[in-house]
Design a protein around this ligand. Structure first.
Ligand code: B16
Ligand code: MG
Length: 218
């Protein structure tokens, strides 16, 4: 029986995935990489900042040293954090607050499992922080999705074994990570049908059969 639900952040709880794209696009233009597209951004979902940078740099043909790459990743993060300045609860995606309240009412623990090192800032600015029982993010782990570490740390913080956790994800790397952690997965977002999760749903409420997923009867 599922006793905890671990939510990915960008693209699942909040719409910050769009801001990641804008920040990377700005950096790409400055590096004269003019062929970085939304399609490239799909491959950046769920993976770390440095791995995301490699996807942008591959579109150009200049080789950078590790030190230069770190400076470029910092530059992108500064653009992203500037964009987060005006972030508020309007960035919380549809049905999220209602789904979190419903799960809490059912006694389900709520975790966040995100690659983003900006997770604490985003949860605070969007007002989601009080609804979350445990946060595991890029700051807590050394390996990023598809490695299961971020979800295993979340389960540990929730004091639950992995097989009592369900992961909600919008990225392929995230679904692979959930499987590797021994957790069931629910895919949401535009690519949900392609992610090979155990379940998929357009919304977190009406269409989602939480009773089936949590194996709870009421
Ligand atoms: P940061 P998630 C991920 O968040 C994003 O999907 C991914 O595009 C980003 O590179 C990663 O966080 C790292 O974010 O640069 O803020 O540390 O989807 O795992 O919540
Ligand atoms: Mg995501």
């Amino acid at each position: 029986m599922i006793k905890g639900v671990i939510f990915d952040l960008d693209g699942v709880l909040v719409s910050t995935d769009e801001l990641h794209y804008e920040a990377w696009a700005k950096l790409a233009r400055e590096l004269n990489i003019n062929n970085y597209t939304k399609e490239d951004n799909k491959a950046q979902k769920g993976i770390s900042r440095m791995e995301s940078l490699e996807i942008v740099l591959k579109k150009g043909n200049i080789a950078y040293t590790e030190k230069e790459k770190e400076a470029l990743a910092d530059r992108k993060n500064n653009y992203y954090v500037e964009m987060l300045d005006s972030l508020n609860d309007s960035a919380v995606l549809k049905d999220v607050k209602e789904a979190l309240a419903m799960l809490k009412n059912r006694g389900i623990k709520i975790g966040v499992g995100s690659a983003s090192k900006n997770t604490p800032l985003i949860l605070e600015k969007t007002g989601l922080e009080p609804s979350i029982d445990a946060v595991s993010c890029g700051i807590d782990v050394t390996k990023s999705k598809p490695d299961p570490e971020v979800f295993l740390v979340a389960a540990k913080k929730l004091c639950l074994p992995p097989n009592e956790c369900l992961v909600v994800e919008d990225s392929y790397a995230g679904v692979v990570a959930a499987k590797a952690a021994g957790m069931k997965s629910l895919a949401v977002g535009p690519e949900r049908k392609l992610l090979e999760a155990d379940y998929d749903s357009e919304t977190l409420l009406s269409e989602t059969d939480w009773d089936l997923m949590l194996k709870i009867s009421y």
